[in-house]
Design a protein around this ligand. Structure first.
Ligand code: HEC
Length: 141
């Protein structure tokens, strides 16, 4: 009887991974505050004309499918980034150290607090990321 939990428990964890739960909310909050908040602020309020707020919804909603590429590849002046800047010359550096699960947790944390859309799934992030990986990637030589 006990053995079945060896299978069921990891299965439960896997189902919870990334999609909304209090655990992934907490993990998303920690990662957001560590990686994104230094620029975008703890409440995603932004900083004047330097860093945009992320707690608005309309623009984010129409660009749902672009979010993970913008974040992973950054926003900036050349073709190595996912998108040109739209506010100022202030560049958003690529956040390419984030795993898909960290990125998914961050997006679901912001979504739960501000955006109120369907939750992001890991598969969705992976699909978005596989498309933007085909864009030209910066090489060191
Ligand atoms: C070093 C500062 C910095 C960090 C760190 C940073 N960003 Fe940004 N981010 C920017 C800047 C600057 C822009 C605006 C670029 C422009 O002019 O379009 C931006 C733009 C964005 C946008 C597009 C907003 C819009 O309205 O066009 C999103 C979404 C975003 N960031 C999410 C994130 C997330 C999520 C993280 C953490 C994983 C993060 N950023 C980390 C500086 C930063």
């Amino acid at each position: 009887m006990r053995n079945k939990w060896i299978i069921i428990f990891p299965a439960i964890l896997w189902c919870l991974s990334c999609q909304y739960s209090t655990e992934t909310y907490k993990e998303g909050k920690v990662s957001y505050e560590f990686v994104c908040a230094p620029c975008h602020g703890n409440n995603a309020e932004g900083l004047g004309t330097l860093y945009p707020n992320l707690n608005h919804t309309d623009y984010i909603k129409i660009n749902r499918n672009n979010l993970s590429c913008w974040i992973k590849k950054g926003i900036g002046p050349d073709s190595t980034n996912a998108r040109p800047t739209r506010f100022s010359d202030q560049v958003m550096p690529p956040q390419d150290k984030l795993s898909t699960i960290e990125l998914c947790n961050i997006l679901n944390y912001l979504n739960a607090r501000f955006w109120n859309m369907e939750p992001f799934t890991l598969k969705e992030i992976e699909d978005q990321w596989s498309v933007c990986q085909q864009l030209k990637v910066k090489s060191n030589n």
